[in-house]
Design a protein around this ligand. Structure first.
Ligand code: FES
Length: 154
């Protein structure tokens, strides 16, 4: 009985500690995206962060600085579909339910506008002509190195 009580209290304090002292925030850092001048006005590329997040990096201006670029999550906040930059319509667009965002990622129409859901933005900078993005460096998914049962016995 004493062992059961100790296990119960141990579990209780372990969960309490995780609630009171949540895990530290993920480490962030600057990662290479592209040579800045390789992207022309209206161009966009899809970037995947080390943590697996999809980001659309679009060139919207021609002033010659980092303000020409924007990096927004490419995951629609409505139900998670892929969002695309449409330079000819000057918007980010989600084809799943016709969700549209303005060039800064603010909701314009569709379910995202009704729910006032913006696209999260990532910080960019240019270093020696290279476009860099500030992202989480840690993967949120653990990768198993175990072999499937069939390969272990072969
Ligand atoms: S998933 Fe994008 S508008 Fe519904």
């Amino acid at each position: 009985m004493a062992g059961g009580l100790a296990a119960s209290y141990g579990t209780f304090f372990a969960y309490s500690g995780r609630f009171l002292y949540p895990a530290r925030p993920a480490e962030r850092g600057w990662m290479y995206v592209a040579v800045a001048n390789d992207l022309q006005v209206g161009d966009a590329l899809t970037y995947r962060t080390p943590a697996g997040a999809g980001v659309t990096v679009a060139r919207q201006g021609d002033e010659g600085g980092v303000g020409d670029f924007i990096a927004l999550s490419s995951v629609c906040p409505h139900l998670g579909c892929q969002v695309f930059w449409e330079a000819n319509n000057d918007r980010f667009f989600c084809p799943c339910h016709n969700g549209a965002f303005d060039p800064s990622g603010k909701p314009k129409s569709g379910p995202v506008a009704e729910a006032n859901q913006s696209l999260p933005e990532y910080e960019l900078r240019i270093e020696d002509g290279l476009l860099m993005i500030n992202v989480e460096l840690e993967s949120l998914v653990s990768v198993s190195t175990r072999q499937p049962r069939d390969e272990r016995t072969a």
